[in-house]
Design a protein around this ligand. Structure first.
Ligand code: URA
Length: 428
């Protein structure tokens, strides 16, 4: 088999076989096929597309390109959730403890933030001592004993995705649905949870800006997950404005704690309950029972207790959960006030993400360090607004970043528009 022939075949609109796809993925990982040939094939794929069989073959080749995470030593039903990324998205910190309190097992591998979107691992590291790189044995033990553990990616999981993604990033081939699906699902299928719920975001802060694209992505991911033998569903949810009121790291963990106490912002609370109910349903429960269990886990404090237990078991200082004043706080803050009077239709989530990077809460390059205390707290995200009314407060250790972030936020406010649903569609 020659890479040249595969490039030519796809360039001319042909369909690649499973063997051909495996050949290029394995050859690229082993260093036998050069970047320039894979880049050419990616561009041919971008224009000529992959059909569903090719997308499945690419997903499985990515899954099988390195280690897989064997969770068979975990007793019980293992559930997983994946968000396609957003701003203020701290749902994992809320739903993972809720699901553990409802008797499911959550062995979660999460990522760090990159670009305008945040990452669960960075948020958890705002808790003093919390370890996100525990051994596999420790990870399994915590999940068996507590019901939930959240760690960063370890081992040599899906090396093909790392190499292909890096090439897509510099060849303008990131935004192809089949390539996105194979990248996300290749990683998700490399861990053997029983059920997977995909939270596919739509709007300015999401990969998919239009509903039509988000639905297409969700449908293909659900089809690929189920074809690969994992019970998979998707919820298409809004990411046109940030989720909840807090954007940052410490500040988001505090908001997640409040939500576990039943005192969270309305959108975050509703989304976390809906995602949890959906995963309980996927694990075999009927809707009414699932809803009751989730509501009980929040109102009787068991879900919050699970978060505390997980923090302790992963080496973190659990007193942070009882006393949120222990979280790092920023040296400087600035209130952003409205210059206008009128109706307020949310804030461009992508711009908010960029403002939070400016403040130090996110990173542009993988190697950048982050400031856990930096962030943005919104006092208002929609409704009537008056001149001089406080929209949000910015936090940073870098005083000069405040005015730059302020001007990004002021330009990101929508003074016209329409109300959008929080949950657009569930695809089962
Ligand atoms: N997230 C991923 O992991 N891969 C993509 O291709 C896009 C988003």
């Amino acid at each position: 088999m020659r890479m040249y022939d595969l490039i030519k075949k796809k360039r001319d609109g042909g369909v690649l076989t499973d063997e051909e796809i495996k050949f290029f993925v394995d050859g690229f990982v082993k260093g036998e096929i050069p970047d320039y040939q894979v880049a050419a094939l990616l561009m041919a794929i971008y224009f000529e597309k992959l059909n569903s069989d090719e997308t499945l073959a690419l997903t499985l080749a990515i899954r099988d390109s390195g280690d897989t995470l064997d969770l068979s030593d975990i007793k019980g039903i293992k559930v997983d959730k994946h968000s396609t990324g957003g701003v203020g998205d701290k749902t994992t910190l809320v739903i993972a403890p809720i699901l553990a309190a409802c008797g499911l097992k959550v062995a979660k591998m999460s990522g760090r933030g990159l670009g305008h979107t945040g990452g669960t691992i960075d948020k958890l590291e705002a808790i003093k001592g919390f370890k996100t790189n525990i051994s596999r044995e420790q990870f399994i033990k915590v999940v068996n004993e507590v019901g939930v553990a959240v760690v960063g990616q370890s081992g040599d999981l899906t090396p093909a995705d790392k190499k292909i993604y890096a090439l897509r990033d510099v060849t303008a081939t990131v935004d192809d649905i089949s390539l996105i699906v194979s990248s996300i699902m290749g990683k998700k299928l490399a861990t053997d949870s029983d059920c997977l719920l995909l939270d596919v975001k739509v709007g300015s802060g999401a990969f998919m800006k239009s509903y039509a694209d988000a639905e297409k992505l969700a449908r293909v991911m659900v089809a690929i997950g189920n074809a690969a033998g994992k019970k998979t569903a998707a919820m298409i949810t809004d990411m046109d404005s940030p989720l909840g009121n807090a954007v940052g790291n410490s500040i988001e963990v505090v908001e997640a704690i409040n939500t576990l106490k039943g005192e969270g912002p309305r959108d975050l609370d509703a989304l976390c309950r809906a995602l949890s109910v959906q995963l309980l349903k996927m694990s075999g429960m009927v809707f009414v029972e699932a809803e009751e269990k989730v509501n009980d886990a929040i109102s009787n404090g068991k879900a919050l207790m699970k978060l505390k237990e997980m923090v302790s078991a992963q080496g973190g200082d659990a007193s942070f959960i009882d006393d949120v004043s222990l979280f790092p706080s920023a040296k400087y803050s600035l209130d952003v006030l409205s210059d206008r009077e009128g109706e307020f239709y949310g804030i461009d989530a992508e711009q908010v993400g960029l403002a939070s990077i400016t403040l130090g809460a996110g990173r542009v390059k993988k190697e950048d360090s982050i400031d856990h205390a930096a962030g943005i707290y919104f006092h208002k995200k929609n409704g009537k607004i008056n001149v001089g009314e406080r929209i949000c407060t910015l936090y940073s250790d870098n005083q000069s970043s405040l005015s730059a972030a302020e001007s990004i936020i002021k330009n990101a406010i929508r003074y016209s528009g329409e109300d959008r649903p929080l949950i657009w569609k569930v695809i089962e």
